[in-house]
Ligand binder design. Structure first.
Ligand SMILES: [Zn+2]
Length: 410
């Protein structure tokens, strides 16, 4: 396989093979149908499974081809022994070649045992997850999507003259369109679907009000509950997250890079609801790809990953600094300026912190939101309650981020 690198993004043809037999694909798809998703048809699940495996295969081959002395990628489907009866706890493992084989094999044995002991959920304990990280073994999750050719202003193909052929500048345009528009995402641990949750604020309150059911200690208020909640989310998530985009016109893949789960929980977590009919009430944590990605091109030299210190990152998680003003979109600092507060990343981030649909917000309101509280403001004699979460909005063909209004969907 050959890979083109454009702006740190890997681009390659969709592999001919998914790297596993049709028998295995059928088994995975069948199990997905049974345990996970009631909305998709069996045919769609099968297609998604093949697509996901091809995306994984493209990454596996890239690592093998370029970094075989430094990193090993192990697909979960190559080590599992549950006969596809349990949910997979991750897609694969990135393992440092410095990790001794005995340590690696011992940890893999523990993974397989824990999955079987937790049939059919296949969850891993925090203790095991921590031991893996400390040994240089990182769990990995891939989400696959298709590039969209919708509204011309927001299309992933904006600026391309011919949809079916690509010149170098076309690759650059598509790569930049992806970075401008898309987020990495991670599914919440405690609650993945709800018709009543519209923001991180709602999420915290919902879990707090049902804390016993979720195995968490109850806490008096929103703030004191952030610590156990964010710890739970953080500890149970796979370490490395990526997202792969399929170009259906040319049968190519775009791999923008990867991020670490810490990107979602340093700074005010952003919780969004999936748009679209099928998955209308699915919740997920998001962070802009452009703001937190690392390129696969430099993976062996990424010290932030290989020298990752769990305890140091705990002290940086959002609940430790709810008094600081942090951008809810990218996690960078927010600074006062001429007309209210601004994200330090400026146009790179595009979060309009001091505005809501063109109405300017008082500093007092903005500060409350940035500190994770709801805040009220009045517009045309109407009181609007904003929550400390953001989501996409499309205005006159432009993509923007706005504060989420309480209990009201866009
Ligand atoms: Zn920002």
């Amino acid at each position: 396989m050959t890979y083109r690198i454009v702006n740190g993004m890997l681009i390659c043809d969709v592999p001919d093979t998914a790297g596993v037999s049709d028998e295995v694909i059928n088994q995975i798809a069948k199990n997905t149908a049974n345990t996970m998703d009631k909305n998709r048809s069996p045919q769609k699940i099968l297609e998604d499974t093949i697509r996901g495996k091809k995306a994984e295969y493209a990454i596996e081959k890239y690592i093998e081809k370029n970094f075989s002395n430094e990193i090993e990628y192990v697909s979960y489907d190559k080590i599992r022994n549950d006969n596809y009866t349990c949910h997979a706890p991750f897609d694969g493992l990135f393992i440092s070649k410095k990790t001794p084989a005995t340590v690696k094999n011992n940890l893999i044995d523990r993974i397989l045992k824990e999955v079987m002991d937790d049939k059919p959920y296949g969850r891993l304990s925090i203790g095991l997850r921590n031991d893996m990280v400390d040994a240089g073994i990182f769990t990995f999750e891939i989400k696959s999507s298709e590039l969209k050719n919708g509204d011309p202003k927001l299309s992933d193909y904006e600026g391309i003259t011919d949809l079916y052929t690509r010149k170098q500048e076309d690759y650059e345009k598509i790569a930049n369109n992806i970075l401008a528009k898309w987020d990495f995402f991670i599914f919440p641990h405690y609650c993945r679907k709800s018709n009543d949750i519209f923001s991180f604020f709602d999420y915290v309150e919902f879990i707090r009000n049902n804390s016993e059911k979720f195995g968490l200690t109850s806490a008096k208020d929103y703030y004191s509950f952030l610590e156990p909640l964010i710890h739970g989310e953080f500890d149970n998530a796979s370490e490395i997250q990526t997202r792969i985009f399929f170009d259906n016109y040319t049968n190519e893949l775009y791999i923008p890079g990867y991020t670490h789960k810490m990107a979602f929980f340093i700074g005010v977590p952003t919780l969004t609801r999936m748009m679209g009919k099928v998955s209308g009430s699915t919740l997920y944590f998001t962070r802009s790809i452009n703001m937190c990605r690392w390129s696969f091109e430099n993976m062996p030299r990424n010290n932030a990953l290989w020298s990752y210190d769990r305890n140091k990152v705990y002290s940086q998680l959002y609940y430790n600094h709810t008094n600081e003003l942090i951008c809810p979109h990218c996690g960078d600092y927010v600074k006062p300026g001429m007309y209210g507060y601004y994200c330090s990343q400026g146009k790179n981030c595009n979060m309009k912190i001091s505005y809501y649909f063109g109405s300017s917000l008082d500093n007092e309101v903005v500060e409350k939101l940035l500190k994770g509280k709801t805040a009220e403001f009045t517009k045309n004699n109407e009181t609007i309650i904003l929550t400390p979460s953001i989501k996409y909005n499309v205005f006159k063909g432009d993509l923007q981020y706005i504060w989420v209004e309480k209990k009201k969907e866009f």
